[in-house]
Structures are given as structure tokens and as C-alpha cells.
Design a protein. Structure first.
Length: 171
């Protein structure tokens, strides 16, 4: 997975290559200086653009690197009717959660709300099937609540006393 500095260095390398072509091209000096100045001004602009994108939810249609994920845990969500379903997802292969936006779909929004209610009642989590794959298959819900976690076993350890014995008394 590429991070912000990696993407910036790739962009800077490509710009350096273009600047080299510009300097060695058979053009007038004025044209070369304008092209070189544009290249130099583009570097901070590209860094700012990459940094600005970090705070925006990514459309799920643009997820290429993680598109094979089978499931994701929904850590949070917000819905804006007509605009989108904003999700905060934890993927199995990544340490940090990611923000994504699904296109607005009333059925998906209702599924998500129902799963969130069920998860709250069960005190569990909401999961999402195939988060990056558009599907027309509506037999299985895209969002679902995990079952309630199992309670700890009630059996006491075999060596543990079953009742309290006061010192000095014998049973």
C-alpha cells in the first residue's frame, strides 16, 4: 500500500523526468523557463492535493488495492439522503480504519440501520459483505449484525472450593 510520501515521490520523479525533457528540448530559453517554473510550482501543489485527499472519504468504486476484501467491520456510519452512505471501515488486512462513501441507496441505508440496531441490542458489531464489489444480488444483506458473543463458562475450576469454610471448623 502506498502512503502519502510514496505517492509524492512518484509524482516528483515523473515531474523531474518532464523537467529534464523540457531543459534539453530544442526550444527558446523563455519557453524552457516557463515550463521549468510550472514544474517547480506543481510539486507543492501535488503534495497539498494528496494531503487534502487524506481527510476525504474514498468512493468504494475507486478502491483498487483492497478490492478483493470479503468482509469489513463497520466502525461508524453517517447517511445523507440523496448524497451517500459514509462508512468508517476496519479491514482485516489493515491496521488502521479507512473512510469510504457508498452512493446513496435507500435499501442499503435501511439495511445498515437495521444491522446497527440489532448490533446495539446484541452488543456486537456490524459487518459488511463484499465492501468494494457492486452487486445486484439482494438475497443476502450487505450489512449484518454479528451474533451476540458467548457468555463465559459458568463451571468453576475443579480445584476451587464450592463454599466458604471458616478457619477452625471442619465439615
Amino acid at each position: 500500500m502506498m502512503t502519502l510520501p510514496d505517492l509524492f515521490f512518484v509524482a516528483a520523479g515523473l515531474l523531474g523526468f518532464l523537467a529534464t525533457i523540457t531543459v534539453w528540448s530544442p526550444r527558446r530559453l523563455g519557453v524552457k523557463l516557463v515550463a521549468l517554473g510550472t514544474t517547480i510550482l506543481f510539486l507543492p501543489l501535488s503534495y497539498l492535493a494528496f494531503a487534502e485527499l487524506l481527510s476525504k472519504p474514498k468512493p468504494v468504486a475507486l478502491e483498487w488495492w483492497l478490492s478483493t476484501a470479503d468482509e469489513a467491520t463497520v466502525l461508524g456510519s453517517t447517511m445523507e439522503e440523496g448524497r451517500g452512505i459514509y462508512l468508517w471501515l476496519q479491514l482485516a488486512d489493515l491496521e488502521e480504519p479507512r473512510a469510504y462513501v457508498l452512493p446513496w441507496n435507500r435499501d442499503l441505508a435501511e439495511q445498515l440501520q437495521k444491522a446497527m440496531r440489532e448490533a446495539e441490542e446484541r452488543r456486537s458489531q456490524v459487518r459488511m459483505r463484499l465492501p468494494f464489489e457492486p452487486s445486484w444480488d439482494d438475497r443476502e444483506p450487505k450489512f449484518y449484525a454479528l451474533p451476540q458473543p458467548a457468555l463465559p463458562p459458568k463451571d468453576a475450576a475443579p480445584d476451587a472450593p464450592r463454599y466458604y469454610e471458616r478457619p477452625g471448623t471442619e465439615a
